[in-house]
Ligand binder design. Structure first.
Ligand code: PLP
Length: 347
């Protein structure tokens, strides 16, 4: 009778897959024998396979560059890593080997930027995209970064009051972005994202608060869909709406030159994951190019902020099965030496 976990996997998925292989009945992840690691360090254990981080970044850069070449796209592609996805220094240092930029979401993240600079890992010309709702300490830290000469810091304005807060705190001239508040997916309980400024308000907000302020230069429009980059009518519709705002703004703000499409590339959360990254990348780039062409404007530089995509598949959590519990005549639960929630941060 086939009632082992291995049997279930074999019946349900194609296995082994790219990341996994089985040798002498033992599992390898990226060719690393996991049982060796377990023998050495025990379980529960969290491991990070750093080369995967660099290979994911290289993969995204390659896909965007190929997509851009295919449609003769004039703008550049800039890969940003969002620090919130993993704050570990070994993760950031690996990511930063790949000539990338950074995105921050809180006051704490700015200390990371300063620590990376002090450690000689980055210089002051990286793009530092400061997203998120700006609480007072975050505003102060951003201002310090700009006034310290991080000339490509771009605070992305998340709500209208932030302009005044940033204006009061920053001395030097500063590039800024505006985040568009996307409409949520139709089946979601809420209509509009809590982050960003509503589509219809953006042009007027720019005219009244940014254009009139000599300190600020609008460089970027930011757009992020919570549910990620998916091949759905909803995603393409939101991207189209965002591009229309971009074109409208560009007509009155020639210095605007960048579109940030946020994060949202999915990752392999299960063994039956399928996603055509190349197709999605090509379609995004082609849509941006097409809408800009129809409006007679230069295509923007494209920024992304892939978090899960950068780090998600580099990590593994290893547990031992310590017991089995037969809870009824069919269901047999494995008990592990941890819980996904309670011990992971410490392991
Ligand atoms: C502004 C912004 N950028 C990037 C990300 C990262 O998203 P992901 O991990 O799906 O790539 C998020 C996630 O919430 C986000 O809010």
């Amino acid at each position: 009778m086939k009632n082992k976990y291995k049997d279930l996997i074999e019946q349900t998925f194609d296995f082994p897959q790219d990341e996994f292989s089985v040798e002498d009945n033992e599992l390898n992840l990226y060719d690393i024998p996991l049982m060796e690691i377990i023998k050495q360090y025990g379980t529960p254990l969290k491991v990070t396979y750093l080369p995967k981080i660099s290979s994911q970044i290289a993969r995204a850069k390659r896909m965007f560059n190929v997509a851009m070449a295919k449609v003769d796209y004039k703008g550049a592609y800039n890969y940003c890593y969002c620090t919130k996805s993993s704050h570990f220094s070994f993760v950031l240092e690996e990511a930063l080997k790949n000539d990338i930029h950074l995105e921050t979401s809180s006051a704490y993240d700015i200390h990371i930027i300063n620590a990376l600079y002090d450690g000689g890992v980055i210089d002051k010309d990286r793009y530092i995209i400061c997203n998120g709702f700006k609480r007072p300490q975050y505003v102060e830290n951003i201002a310090q970064l700009v006034d310290d000469g991080f000339e490509n810091t771009i605070p992305v304005i998340d709500n209208k009051e932030e302009v005044e807060l940033l204006d009061a705190a920053i001395e030097k001239k500063c590039k800024v972005g505006i985040r568009i508040a996307c409409e949520e997916e139709p089946k979601f309980d809420f209509y509009t994202s809590r982050l960003g400024i509503r589509y219809n308000d953006i042009v007027d907000f720019y005219k009244r608060k940014i254009k009139t302020n000599k300190k600020f230069q609008l460089k970027m429009l930011h757009f992020f869909i919570n549910t990620g980059i998916k091949d759905t009518a909803y995603y393409w519709n939101e991207l189209g709406k965002c591009l229309n705002v971009y074109c409208e703004l560009k007509a009155i703000c020639p210095e605007l030159d960048s579109l940030n499409i946020g994060g949202g590339f999915p990752i392999k959360n299960s063994l039956n994951f399928e996603y055509d990254y190349e197709y999605m990348t090509e379609e995004i780039v082609a849509q941006i190019k097409h809408i800009c062409e129809m409006n007679g404007i230069e295509e923007p530089n494209i920024f992304t902020e892939f978090g899960s995509f950068t780090v998600g598949e580099s990590g593994a959590a290893l547990y031992s099965i310590v017991n089995q519990k037969q809870q009824n005549d069919r269901e047999n639960w494995y008990m592990i030496d941890s819980s996904f929630i309670t011990t992971l941060p410490d392991t």
